[in-house]
Design a protein around this ligand. Structure first.
Ligand code: NDP
Ligand code: MG
Length: 384
């Protein structure tokens, strides 16, 4: 008998959320959706509700929740709003797995609510671990729930660890495509526009993470995410640029064996694996053609150009509230860049300035993390 799972999906209208629902549609005999949540896109949420028939829907935005209620007045769906709504559905008694695919630190409280209620977590929302890993990881162990990575690199590391002793892991090779500006000099980067940066060569993702890929701040966040997920020190994580995006990351063991997970770049595989682990279900149309690929290459990221990456290692080593400042400063800077208020190179500059002006709190609780985020936003706004 196959195990049936009830799923709560936070961020269903986003890039990861929509792909998760494609997986669920494919395997509707295995998964039911009990709750969906998004920020403000009531139109798409309505479509998803009509198709997947959850019992609950959350719109973070209050006005949006009112619009949604009108749209689905003919259905028996409980509509909630705000952080309270997100935390309520994350802890629903009938839920088995909570997949968190919201963008930003908004994911922290619902993830904690889900863990406290004993739910397994499928985690796409990397900002949660980056900023609150010191709270989340001990809680995961204490509650004995599973934390399954959805981020493709972390899924690859997780897959490369299967059947091997974790204590024999020497190194993680975290692969990066290098984004659209691989090989650029700083000079060439001066005039990059949002439209340039939103064109990712291999992956089709949400806007914020696409810009993060172009600056390689995404890789910086992933270094910290890997540190928490796999209990790895900064020295144990090596970022390697691999423009073909076929090797999704690797683990090197003490005997020198390097185990990698490869495949075409398609988020549906790590999403599906997180939901079906340890099983592997058929997925059509994503066969890797090695002969068409021909070759794979690996190179070092240029530290002079992608300064955001070195800053991430620094934030990781410092710990405490510093990763929050790294993340929050980046979030604000990316928003300002997309509004064409700052240039591309100012993104890492603002992150650095915010980090330099921050007084670290060693072991921040959730309130302190969110306060540090807010303070960082305000500081950046005051500088401009
Ligand atoms: P998107 O911007 O495409 O989607 C974000 C989702 O979060 C949307 O459903 C959005 O709703 C929802 N959301 C935003 N704010 C709130 C809020 N306050 N309350 C509830 N929901 C909210 O992002 P992605 O799907 O690209 O990324 C999601 C997460 O997954 C990020 O943390 C990212 O780093 C990570 N990730 C993404 C990958 C990818 O391939 N896209 C790969 C690996 C990790 P609405 O539509 O209403 O705004
Ligand atoms: Mg990734």
């Amino acid at each position: 008998m196959t195990e049936h799972k009830n799923l709560v999906l936070l961020g269903s209208t986003g890039s990861i959320g929509k792909q998760t629902l494609e997986v669920v549609r494919q395997y509707s005999d295995r998964f039911s959706v009990v709750a969906l949540a998004c920020g403000s896109n009531d139109q798409l949420l309505e479509e998803q509700i009509r198709q997947f028939r959850p019992s609950y829907a959350v719109m973070y935005d209050e006005e949006g929740a009112k619009r949604l209620k009108d749209r689905i007045a003919d259905l028996e769906v409980t509509v909630l709003s705000g952080m309270e709504g997100l935390c309520t559905i994350a802890a629903l008694p009938e839920a088995d797995v909570v997949l968190t695919a919201v963008v930003g630190m908004i994911g922290i409280r619902p993830t904690i609510a889900a863990i406290q209620a004993g739910k397994d977590i499928a985690l796409a929302n990397k900002e949660t671990l980056v900023t609150a890993g010191h709270i989340i990881m001990p809680m995961i162990r204490e509650k004995g729930v599973a934390l399954l990575p959805v981020d493709s690199e972390h899924s690859a590391i997780f897959q490369s660890l299967q059947g091997n002793p974790k204590k024999r892991m020497r190194l993680i090779y975290l692969t990066a495509s290098g984004g659209p500006f691989r090989g650029f000099t700083k000079d060439r980067m001066q005039h990059i526009t949002p439209a340039d940066a939103l064109k990712h060569p291999n992956w089709n993702m949400g806007r914020k993470i696409t810009i993060d890929s172009a600056t390689m701040v995404n890789k910086g966040l992933e270094v910290m995410e890997a540190g928490w997920l796999f209990d790895a020190s900064p020295e144990q994580i090596t970022v390697v640029v691999h423009p073909q995006s076929i090797v999704h990351s690797m683990v090197e063991y003490e005997d020198g064996a390097v185990i990698a997970q490869m495949g075409v770049p398609d988020m549906k595989l790590p999403i599906q694996y997180a939901l079906t682990y340890p099983d592997r279900l058929p997925m059509e149309g994503n066969e890797l053609d090695l002969f068409a690929l021909g070759q794979m290459t690996f190179e070092k990221p240029d530290p002079e150009v992608f300064t955001g990456l070195a800053l991430a290692f620094e934030a990781f080593r410092t710990g405490g509230s510093m990763p929050t400042v790294y993340n929050a400063a980046n979030e604000r800077a990316v928003a300002l860049f997309l509004e064409e208020k700052i240039g591309f190179l100012q993104i890492p500059e603002l992150i650095e300035k915010a980090m330099r002006s921050h007084t670290v709190i060693a072991n921040p609780d959730v309130d302190q993390i969110l306060a540090a985020e807010q303070e960082c936003y305000e500081k950046i706004d005051s500088w401009l």
